[in-house]
Design a protein around this ligand. Structure first.
Ligand SMILES: C[S@@+](CC[C@H](N)C(=O)[O-])C[C@H]1O[C@@H](n2cnc3c(N)ncnc32)[C@H](O)[C@@H]1O
Length: 458
């Protein structure tokens, strides 16, 4: 490790910043945030310095000299003159005061990390001054996975520390208590701002001294059509905190890679034509795992509430009093439409859009064909690969012109995406010839023509 990471308590401590420009202003702002008293030394100051509180930020119009460092806890040199910055570093080093020189790592006795500030939770990130871009990327990754009110959780936990200490006098017991609390529903209640309930639960858990029988929770999460960047922030967070994941065949490998690696992975292999694990068994597994106190991620392709049987699964959970949350995902229709350059609605062509299932039940399609012949409406067929000839035949039989444009999108939003555009009378043959496989979604309507000039994904 090149640097020793430490958090300093600067409350009411004298910090000296040398410089009066933009950079010095930024550093002063950071130092003041931690409760320090700032002394800024410069011949000139930018106007912005006047916004700082006068009782904690003293502007000293002077050339820097060692006297300015008397009783200082920390020094930052932020002038645009290398010679002044060097002088500041030398004087600070002589007095043994930690010094940071902006953009001059060799003159620094400490460096300042990039911060994620969700006070009192503060995360510092450093690449040892090697790569600010990498630092920013790391920051993004952490930010995405951090609930916005993690600071509040930290405050609440802090407010209980004394009582927990009184209740358990051994360190091990206290550790166990906090670990179990973190695994309980309390953090989620705080994140949902249900603070009274969270408080009650902590009280209960403190009284019981046992979490053994506590029930877990199920997260019914939409994994989107394939591109992992289409996952919501909430989906990502829950994917990272689950104990076990039950996933369908439709969930892409890239999306699955975002699940906490040490979670237990269970493939329930469900696809429209082949139910590897029957639905009622999946429902039972979800209930059983949650009753064991686990955080269970039920990860589905697309959106769980659009041809995803999500409603049935949570219905069973509700009946068994298992807590759950539902996180929507990008459904195949929007994903495929966007990545194929086909807007599902368009002022000039289509005023509405209808999602339909082409899933055959006892060899039949249960669709109200009479109401589908509307030139102003886009139709999106899910699970229509096997039934495509029947879909096209019925649409034409009910008045849709055989020249109506139709697009087939296979593996939409992924690197393997294939798009075929055709017309109702020809598509079935083309899909057969090109050997399109599941998952494929079909878009029917005038909007398909727009792909000609809106295709951006290749
Ligand atoms: C059982 S449904 C699940 C739909 C899913 N819940 C959703 O909201 O997208 C399966 C159908 O979704 C469509 N589908 C899902 N992912 C797709 C993808 N990446 N590309 C094309 N179609 C997809 C296909 O029509 C597939 O047959």
């Amino acid at each position: 490790m090149d640097y020793f990471p430490a958090f300093l308590d600067l409350k009411s401590k004298k910090c000296v910043i040398v410089g009066g420009g933009e950079v010095a202003h930024r550093k002063t702002k950071a130092v003041l945030k931690s409760g320090a008293i700032a002394y800024i030394i410069s011949i000139e100051f930018s106007e912005k310095f006047n916004d700082f509180p006068k009782d904690r930020c003293f502007l000293i119009k002077d050339e820097f000299n060692s006297q300015h460092l008397t009783d200082a806890t920390l020094v930052i040199a932020a002038t645009d003159s290398l010679s002044i910055n060097k002088k500041v570093a030398n004087e600070a080093n002589k007095l043994g005061i930690p010094v940071n020189v902006v953009d001059e790592p060799s003159l620094c006795s400490f460096i300042m990390p990039a911060l994620i500030d969700k006070s009192p939770v503060v995360i510092g990130i450093s690449t040892g001054g090697n790569s600010p871009v990498l630092t920013r990327r790391i920051k993004e990754i952490i930010e995405v996975n951090l609930p916005s009110n993690i600071g509040l959780l930290s405050k609440i936990m802090g407010s209980w520390r004394k009582r927990v200490k009184e209740r358990f006098n051994s360190f091990d017991m206290r550790l166990k208590f906090w670990e179990k609390l973190m695994d309980s529903e309390v953090p989620q209640l705080v994140f949902k701002n249900k603070l009274v309930l969270a408080d009650q639960k902590i009280q209960e858990q403190l009284r019981n001294n046992s979490f053994e029988n506590s029930v877990g929770e199920v997260y019914l999460v939409g994994g989107g059509p394939g591109d992992p960047e289409l996952l919501t922030l909430k989906a990502l967070r829950l994917m990272y905190q689950c104990d076990v994941v039950l996933y369908d065949r439709l969930v892409s490998k890239e999306v699955l890679n975002k699940v906490r690696p040490d979670a237990e992975f269970i493939s329930v292999g469900k696809s429209e034509s082949q139910h590897t694990v029957e639905q009622h068994k999946i429902n039972e597994m979800l209930i059983l795992l949650a009753k064991e106190g686990k955080k269970v991620l039920r990860l589905k392709g697309g959106d769980p509430f659009i041809f995803g049987r999500g409603g049935e699964e949570i219905n069973e959970l509700a009946k068994s009093n298992i807590p759950f949350q539902v996180v929507p995902g990008v459904t195949a229709a929007s994903g495929c439409g966007s990545y194929a350059g086909i807007p599902l609605t368009h002022r000039d062509y289509s005023q509405s859009v209808r999602f339909l299932t082409g899933h055959l039940k006892d060899g039949k399609l249960d669709i109200d064909w009479k109401n589908l012949n509307n030139k102003q409406e886009t139709l999106v067929f899910y699970m229509g690969l096997l039934s495509l000839p029947k879909i096209c035949e019925e649409l034409m039989k009910h008045g849709m012109p055989s020249s109506m444009p139709i697009a087939a999108i296979e593996h939409g939003t992924t690197y393997n995406q294939r798009v075929v555009t055709s017309t109702l009378d020809k598509i079935s043959l083309e899909v057969l010839e090109l050997e399109l496989k599941s998952p494929t979604t079909f878009i029917v309507g005038e909007v398909v023509k727009l792909r000609g000039h809106l295709n951006w994904y290749g």
